[in-house]
Design a protein around this ligand. Structure first.
Ligand code: ATP
Length: 366
């Protein structure tokens, strides 16, 4: 039971999942998932392809039936309700607009089904079109719109009936990079103004980091960590997450004492108080946490290597430094792109770096 890991303090979450499992034949896609989501939160299910994110979202919508476990929305057990009796709006990756209907008719569809009055429908659709910035496009057909515009129509359609919950299944992944970033911001702004509880499925860690209040990281049908984007980034609870979220250097080491490890002949300082003497551990350190320094005799977790490659990445540069003392392992080090000192890097030069001890996370090995 994972309740203790993924529960919030809030006694009355907007959405709660208890011990939910789902199999397709012999394959278990979701394994005993329990989680709580607060009213008004923007939450992301994040994980590699095939980890079960979409299946979990579809179980919340009633588009898949779980084998066991329950889903509660505002304390009401909705586990067995068909999708049409649940309170949500959904946007899929593939727009899923009706090609033979205009933008207006794509949006008013749900309202007609709910037997809204004609005049109310017109007001509502025009309001929604304004909200997503598409007032001018109301009589166009989906094929006459760009991918980003189609996704905004899909968003307006999902919001038409004022659902209590918005479900977004990889809504941005079919779009090109620039449109994706613009729409990311529009969805966030929309969420901020509507305060609507939102769950978005994504495999893109940067997208989750930039949009979510809270991230549930999934792998192989399980939630393996949940927390704010900052918590997940800075306190990844496993090497898998440290590697999946952002870029990380890993080093194999052996524990010497409560604050020292050894990598071949080199001794580094870091907090190993939770690990046994002589045990094998994995150190993780982010490229931006490593500093390029002048070589000094003082012991400050310094090591030198030769600069094997430089990647210019716009606002920063990534140096690839091969450390012979670490059996020629390459460390990535991020430095600013614009200072004169950084521009002076040349391939092959010897660079001294410092691994600040507080920036090193230690994981047990294997
Ligand atoms: P992606 O990012 O690639 O969409 P995901 O994390 O959303 O991945 P799911 O679509 O939830 O993954 O699928 C989880 C697992 O369940 C996958 O291995 C998938 O092949 C399997 N699966 C999903 N739907 C079905 C189905 N209808 N029948 C059989 N297997 C399925």
């Amino acid at each position: 039971m994972q309740m203790s890991i993924h529960a919030l303090d809030d006694e009355k979450p907007y959405l709660e999942i208890q011990n939910l499992s789902k199999s397709f034949g012999n394959f278990q896609a979701l394994k005993d998932i329990s989680l709580k989501i607060n009213d008004g939160d923007f939450v992301c299910f994040l994980g590699p392809s095939g980890c079960g994110k979409t299946t979990l979202l579809r179980c919340i919508a009633g588009l898949e039936n779980q084998n066991s476990g329950n889903v509660y929305q505002q304390q009401k057990d909705i586990s067995k309700l068909p999708p049409s009796s649940r309170d949500f709006g959904i946007v899929f990756q593939s727009y899923a607009l009706f090609p033979n209907l205009t933008v207006f008719s794509n949006i008013d569809y749900g309202l007609i089904n709910k037997k809204w009055k004609k005049s109310d429908i017109a007001d509502r659709v025009l309001g929604l079109l304004k909200m997503v910035g598409l007032e001018e496009h109301s009589s166009k057909y989906p094929s006459q719109l760009s991918g980003g515009e189609q996704q905004r129509v899909a968003l307006a359609r999902a919001l038409a009936t004022s659902p209590g919950l918005l479900l977004l299944d990889e809504p941005l992944s079919a779009l090109d990079a620039k449109v994706r970033i613009r729409l990311r911001k529009q969805i966030k702004d929309l969420h901020r103004s509507l305060q609507l509880t939102t769950i978005m499925v994504t495999h893109d860690q940067e997208e989750a980091q930039s949009m979510a209040d809270r991230i549930f990281v999934m792998n192989a049908g399980e939630i393996i960590q949940s927390g704010s984007p900052k918590e997940i980034y800075h306190k990844a609870n496993s090497p898998f997450i440290a590697d999946f979220i952002g870029i990380t250097n890993f080093l194999d080491a052996k524990v010497l004492s409560v604050d020292q490890v050894q990598i071949r002949e080199k001794v580094l300082k870091c907090d190993t108080s939770k690990f046994e003497h002589n045990s094998f551990v994995q150190l993780a350190i982010r490229p931006e946490s490593i500093k390029v320094v002048e070589k000094s005799n003082k012991f400050r977790n310094q090591i030198s290597g030769h600069l094997a490659d430089i990647e210019f990445l716009g606002s920063f540069q990534r140096l690839y430094i091969v450390i012979s003392e670490f059996n020629d392992q390459t460390l990535m080090v991020d430095v600013g792109a614009s200072s004169d000192k950084n521009e002076a890097f040349t391939l092959g030069q010897i660079v001294t770096i410092e691994l600040p001890k507080n920036a090193i996370t230690v994981y047990s090995h294997g």
